[in-house]
Ligand binder design. Sequence first.
Ligand code: HEM
Length: 460
Amino acid sequence: MYYKFPSLYIRTAILFAFWAGVSMGTHVAFTIGFDFPLGKGAFAYIQTHGYLQLVGWVGLFIMGISFVILSRLAHFNHFRESYIKLIYILMVSGLTIRFISHSLLPYLTGFWYLIMGGSIIISSILVFLAIIIYILFLLSIVFHTSPIIKVPNRDIRYFLIMNIFGWIIYGLANVILLSTMVNNGQIFLPHGINLFLVDLFIHFTIFPICIAIGLRALPLFLKLKKVDWNARNFSIIYLIIVSIYFILKAINLLNDDIILINETYLLAIIKDLIIAWFIFKLNILFRDYKLNNRISKNISCSKREEFKIFFSNYGKFGHFELFIQSAFIWLSIGLFLDILLHVMLIQKIKIDIGIDGIRHMWLTGFTSLLIIGMSIRMIPGMTSTKKLKHPDRVIWLVRIINFSILFRTIYLVIPESILLSIPSIGIIALRLFGLSGILFMFGLLVFYYLMAPILNNNLD
Ligand code: HEM
């Protein structure tokens, strides 16, 4: 017997993003987009938004889904259910305390600063304890996995090991940095170190688990060609390149003298190309819908009919595949811009592509779309519901979220010289950036109401 699907993880991830994580980002984006002055709490808000989104939105989702999917993939079900509950309690209490106390911290001094500062430290310790227990689960999967999973084209264990490193470093570094911050009477973390950790978490924890689950589940769900290449070797190459890249970045961050800078940029390009190769091998961007449709329905029909079938047949899960395809399109655009940025850096040519925009293409675009699409496709099957109540709404959700990502990123990644060359475009892009968070929050509401009947059905 495998675990009952932990619906609470998913409900809480959505609610947390709506009420805490995204709403903080929305506040800051609105302030910038409509030319209001950034208050003294802005940096604390931005960092708390980043943390809550990474750990609360992405983290809770990944944890919730991985308890079921990784256990099934590895044929392992000996992790105690009480631990799954304990992780949930620790995570939710840690994240709630962080949200409240770090939002108030910038406005406090003396006694109340110490109380809120102390709460922030406690919150990071609670999350770190949750991470340690979660890692026990991941380690059980890595070490007790059944022999069929160990064949090279199915082996995702190195990705899980990277995932473990990412969680430990991000969780522990937050405990240390937040304690130092409170000890020094500050209200936010050193910018460079914090962003280094964010990028490390993206490349060690988020990307590997998305690739690992993608490798195993996407060919099945999207009727893609089976993975017939050596996934294990691929994961080892990714691990080596990403590790050297982050070691060099860390050396440069901690030293006053910058060393091997061009080599670091080059590694960033290689790392991007490796991920691009994965997208190419998965053949997800150029998937032939019409052919798939014809094959799956075993019919031959005219082009016009094929088109109609594709856009009218919502199936049990709606057009979830559009989420997954757009996720990979955002990932590809982000990779292309990141490569371009690093080529220009090597050539010492100034180019105005904001790394914040690229980061949001990977987080809001790729990761968030992928987890939404995968939840719509997988969670009904993991609960007793089996299908969505309103599959026709999925296509609306795809549009809302994609527009919000476009608004969120376009202002940051299109060089200012281009934006200013077309009258009013710069100001329109800035205003759309300001509104992007509100649109994303609306999308979260639609997502919540789409998933609520399924998640409610599975509650104890
Ligand atoms: C449309 C919804 C969102 C809005 C409006 C938004 C807004 C912002 C803003 C204004 C910043 C600060 C400046 C910048 O880095 O550009 C920021 C930073 C950040 N955001 Fe978002 N965000 C959104 C969605 C997300 C999502 C879904 C994630 C993660 C899955 C995320 C993770 C982050 C991270 C990690 C940072 C860096 C924080 C730091 O500097 O420490 N954001 N966001």
